[in-house]
Design a protein around this ligand. Sequence first.
Ligand SMILES: Cc1cc2nc3c(=O)[nH]c(=O)nc-3n(C[C@H](O)[C@H](O)[C@H](O)COP(=O)(O)OP(=O)(O)OC[C@H]3O[C@@H](n4cnc5c(N)ncnc54)[C@H](O)[C@@H]3O)c2cc1C
Ligand code: SF4
Ligand code: SF4
Ligand code: SF4
Length: 288
Amino acid sequence: MSAPKKIFGTLVAQVIKPGLCTACGGCVAACPVGALVMEGETPRIVGQCVTCEVCYHSCPQTEVPYAEVERAVFGRERSEGEPIGVYREAYSVRTRLEEVAKVAQDGGAVTTLLIHALSTGMVDCAVVAGVRDEPWRAWPKVALTVDDLLKAAGTKYTPSPNLIGLSEAVVGYAKQRVAFVGTPCQVRAVRQMQFNPKGCLKLGERVSIVIGLFCMESFHYDKLMGEFLKSKGYEPKDISKFAITKGKFIAYSAGNEVINVPLSEVKGYVRSSCHYCRDFTAELADIS
Ligand SMILES: Cc1cc2nc3c(=O)[nH]c(=O)nc-3n(C[C@H](O)[C@H](O)[C@H](O)COP(=O)(O)OP(=O)(O)OC[C@H]3O[C@@H](n4cnc5c(N)ncnc54)[C@H](O)[C@@H]3O)c2cc1C
Ligand code: SF4
Ligand code: SF4
Ligand code: SF4
């Protein structure tokens, strides 16, 4: 008897229902017949499934071929003494571009690297996280210009299904060389698409550079922006920046710190998938 097919229903049973879905958008982006959509932060089936298995094998929470990815990306597999995976060099850096420093989350390395890649023609566009529909509701953005990159700088601590942005870059804009920015789980989805024999190679093969963000947790939008902010007397539109630093969750309004609480106070709003996540440094990225 042949093994049961691994289709979207399998993702529902093994990833979504057990609370392991990271809302990366990989399954939605990968489906060749457009049968899937993101509904809030959850993928749902709305069309006819043709049982191709591509969504399952593009998901970062299923079996990732780590050895193949590491050999292809780094030239070798990690050894036992490399808990954060293979890396060549580690630097502490900060941007020298004033326009980036003004809008970046931290040192502006990510936006500066992307500006360099775009301006020198290394890539045709970059998939980053913008905002859509309501303040701080993260949604992928295909950045075609430096201005787009500057507008998308800064951290949204809620999920942005950036793999859907990759689909938009490839299918919508017909881009050949895409820079991709994402959390470690999103980076893993890109690698699934590139190196899993049943993954969505159509999208994966267009990614030239993968920049990973360090990531300890991501929050449910409705809980963080609704419950938490409201309990402090603020609405998302009041907040100009969020930050997590030295065990504190901080929010700024027009540049002034208005909320500063121990991280433990917002732990209840963390997505359940993050509680099981073991990749802080985006181990499979080209640059983290
Ligand atoms: C959910 C989340 C949790 C994080 N947790 C930590 C942490 O615990 N410790 C730590 O050291 N760093 C963490 N980071 C990374 C940190 O916030 C900065 O992104 C990183 O230090 C790079 O800073 P920068 O100034 O170079 O970034 P910038 O130059 O500001 O560029 C940031 C880039 O990330 C993109 N981006 C923003 N939000 C998202 C998102 N939700 N999904 C995908 N892409 C996004 C932006 O569009 C932009 O391209 C986290 C990031 C995210 C998104
Ligand atoms: S058609 Fe393929 S990718 Fe789409 S839901 Fe079905 S198995 Fe998943
Ligand atoms: S591919 Fe991403 S959005 Fe889809 S089930 Fe897996 S983790 Fe969730
Ligand atoms: S903690 Fe892990 S699962 Fe959660 S957003 Fe970050 S990389 Fe994804």
